[in-house]
Design a protein. Structure first.
Length: 432
């Protein structure tokens, strides 16, 4: 069948079980990265491809790997003596349009940031005071007042700090909360939909997911998502069920559990288990991985040596798919379009095997069948490859999944909707 699909004449025969399947190709970015503890991805050098950042706890290393555009990665050390380097995040801290780097070091009890001069030469700035056993960090505009503040947590201390940026990168600290012992991770976000930034945290030794509500003046009140989440290890917030409020996803290491917590719109949360057999569940991330407009979940298993993704059927029923099962001490996950081909790849850090890894996604659609004459409007999706050719004898518009109008030329893989003469008449899934 031709790559060009003529919309008015052809409709791909799509079976009832229309679900994308994903094939994964593993690529090792770095080995001997001593106790690889974190991974993140962003275009750090502004050349329109995706670079990778990571931390190595044993090597005290914060590093980035430069992508040459063909996914050949060159390592650059940002800091080689950041004792107990555990977490890294990257954002434009100083508002000069390049990407700076934020890190947390557990042994040094420090949260710091490295200023990028635009040529990826980094200047170190430590934040004061020390954050005992600092283990996580995140850059976000907490107030918001237009500049980037920094939030961090301390593992043994259970303290969560935030540092307010005055707009000139002079940082003043304050406390969000305390007593969250085993505070592996924080995720600042607007959890209650009031336009300011709240903070979600997870505590392994208090077996709890908690959040701190911002009253709009950065006075934080502690709330509970769930107690009894034994060995709470990782947390992430996103609208899982598409009802416009923010839900919470958590990994509980002791319980081997991955769960999501449905927000009823008033920040009352109910637990729904995704997986009860993710052995020593250690990390979680969530995104639409298969490009079908719902939120999927990615998890890591520290002792199970496994990275997996959980496919959402659109009704929040999740099916597990293993990405890799031979990466010792899986500790961190992230997703980004590493190879700039329009789909999301998965990145991982494996502490036991000292590796930073990425898995190339090949979103495999349903095979095309014979063409059929379209005799009426259809809301079943058409799965295509190649170019979309639309009729020139009717008034049409083409929209992407965000509702933005696009042109049919050189579309990336994704989900699109066709409006003809003012009515949405067809959904297109372009797979390559």
């Amino acid at each position: 069948m031709k790559d060009i699909i003529v919309f008015c004449l052809l409709l791909v025969a799509v079976p009832a079980f229309l679900f994308a399947q994903i094939g994964w190709t593993e690529h090792i970015v770095n080995t001997n990265f001593g106790f690889a503890s974190w991974v993140y991805a962003i275009d750090l050098d502004g050349d329109n491809d995706t670079d990778i950042l990571g931390t190595a706890y044993d090597d005290d290393d914060v590093a980035w790997w430069e992508n040459d555009g063909n996914q050949n990665f060159t390592k650059h050390t940002i800091a080689g003596n950041f004792d107990g380097a555990y977490c890294v995040h990257a954002v434009d801290v100083d508002g000069d349009t390049d990407i700076d780097v934020i890190g947390a070091a557990t042994v040094d009890s420090l949260v710091a940031w490295w200023e990028n001069d635009g040529n990826e030469n980094f200047t170190y700035h430590a934040l004061a005071p020390i954050l005992p056993s600092a283990i996580s960090c995140y850059g976000v505009d907490v107030e918001p007042d237009g500049d980037v503040d920094i939030v961090g947590s301390g593992y043994w201390s259970g303290d969560i700090f935030w540092w307010e940026n005055d707009g000139n990168e002079n940082f003043t600290y304050d406390t969000v909360g305390f007593g969250l012992i085993g505070a592996w991770a924080v995720n600042p976000c607007d959890l209650d939909g009031d336009t300011d930034i709240d903070v979600i945290g997870i505590g392994a030794y208090v077996n709890s997911i908690r959040w701190w509500e911002n009253d709009g003046n950065e006075n934080f009140t502690e709330r509970v998502v769930l107690n009894g989440f034994n060995g709470a290890r990782a947390v992430y917030a996103v609208d899982v069920d598409g009802d416009t409020d923010v839900d919470v996803i958590g990994a509980a290491q002791t319980m081997n559990r991955l769960s999501w917590f449905r927000n009823d719109g008033n920040e009352n949360f109910s637990e729904l288990i995704i997986d009860n057999n993710l052995v020593s569940a250690s990390a979680v991330y969530a995104v639409d991985l298969d490009n079908d407009t719902d939120i999927d979940v990615i998890g890591a298993a520290l002792q199970g040596n496994e990275f997996a993704w959980y496919e959402n059927d659109g009704l929040e029923n999740f099916t597990k798919h293993v990405i890799a099962s031979n990466d010792t001490g899986a500790t961190a996950v992230y997703a980004a379009d590493v190879d700039t081909d329009g789909d999301l790849d998965v990145l991982g850090a494996a502490a036991g095997s000292d590796e930073i890894i990425w898995w190339e996604s090949d979103v495999v659609g349903i095979a095309e069948g014979e063409g059929n004459i379209v005799t009426s409007e259809s809301f079943l999706p058409t799965v295509i490859t190649g170019q979309i050719q639309l009729p020139d004898d009717k008034t049409y518009k083409l929209f992407d999944i965000t509702g933005r109008e696009v042109t049919p030329d050189n579309l990336k893989p994704g989900v699109y909707f066709i409006e003809i003469e003012g009515r949405i008449t067809q959904k297109i899934i372009k797979i390559r």
